[in-house]
Ligand binder design. Structure first.
Ligand code: UDP
Length: 315
């Protein structure tokens, strides 16, 4: 198929673009490089450097869109809510309008576990309440709501994939943020010498070792789900699926595995809780397994960290 991947110079978008090309699709990447990297765009893709509000020309001849272009830092979204509403909701509405003008009727959307907010139970299912606790999650949920309406009223075929904690690398495609807030890359930066120690944000949570538990899903598994989602886009329907590993790992466990994989002692300094962090976030991915046949394969934390480490250290 002829596909447009918005945000294809970013972490998840570049891996999905690479897998789509490997599967024989014709891919155009649209990215404004505000947080992405031109050298992350797979060599087989056509690259258009433009903002999401200017997707028009890049959509000509396209049969479906995979939409990743967005702002994605929870903390920044609290500081600058306008940026998140304008980019994530406003940008997507502009994209949907440009798609409608060209009769492009399929979209796979990069949604997030942040749409759920503080969970009532674990693992989280798609039918659970969505009560986001920050503008990032709220703006992504607003897009999910718009997609449902466009599906029913305009015949759009949409699939939203709600990611939990994406980690690992796919070949040389890896996580590279100017401002790094995520745990695994920050721990590995201690091993490369870029940081002296890692901060543990709270050890007084109601979990086995007192640190937060998250569901780390390998970016390669996550990306594969997008190809299945593309096949599952059906005009008039909006489907929502969680994407996680199904297992939770604590901050302490992540640091231990990073020590084993890198052979570095990785000093850890216990600090206060980070505002807004729920104690446990684990996905039920049972729905996508049942309906689309997706299953995470690289589920061991050792494999996830090893792949991130190999890409980071250039192995
Ligand atoms: N975390 C930490 N130190 C760091 C970064 C993150 O202790 O330098 C913790 C954070 O409080 C959370 C978990 O690691 O409990 C995962 O955080 P991350 O930012 O990677 O993902 P999130 O779950 O917030 O999307």
């Amino acid at each position: 198929m002829r596909l447009l991947v918005t945000g294809g110079a970013g972490y998840v978008g570049s891996v999905v673009a690479a897998q789509l090309i490997e599967a024989g699709h014709e891919v155009t990447v649209l990215d404004d490089l505000s947080t992405g990297h031109a050298d992350a765009v797979p060599s087989g893709a056509r690259f258009v450097e433009a903002p999401i509000t200017d997707a028009g020309g890049a959509l000509d001849g396209v049969e479906a869109v995979l939409h990743f272009a967005a702002k994605s830092l929870v903390g920044e979204s609290v500081q600058k809510p306008e940026l998140y509403w304008a980019n994530n909701l406003g940008g997507t509405l502009a994209l949907l309008e440009a798609m409608r003008e060209r009769d492009v009727r399929k979209i796979v959307f990069s949604s997030t576990a942040a749409t759920y907010g503080e969970p009532e139970r674990s693992p989280i299912q798609e039918s659970d309440p969505t009560r986001p606790t920050n503008p990032y999650g709220a703006s992504k949920l607003a897009v999910d709501t718009a997609l449902s309406a466009y599906a029913v009223l305009r015949g759009l075929g949409a699939v939203s994939l709600r990611y939990f904690n994406v980690a690992g690398a796919y070949g040389h495609y890896r996580e590279r943020h100017a401002v790094e807030t995520h745990l695994i890359p920050n721990v590995l930066k201690v091993a490369t010498g870029e940081r002296e120690s890692v901060s543990v944000f709270g050890t007084d949570y109601p979990t086995a070792d007192g640190t937060c538990v998250r569901d780390y899903v390998h970016v390669s598994d996550l990306a594969r789900a997008h190809l299945l989602a593309l096949d599952a886009c059906q005009e008039g329907e909006h489907k929502v699926y969680n994407l996680g590993n199904g297992t939770g790992f604590s901050v302490q466990e992540v640091i231990s595995v990073c020590r084993e994989v890198t052979g570095h002692e990785i000093p850890a300094v216990v600090g206060p809780r980070r505002a807004g962090d729920p104690a446990v976030l684990v996905a039920s991915s049972e729905k996508i397994q049942r309906e689309l046949g997706w299953k995470a394969e690289r589920t061991s934390l050792g494999d996830i960290v090893s792949d991130a480490w190999d890409a980071l250290s250039g192995k």
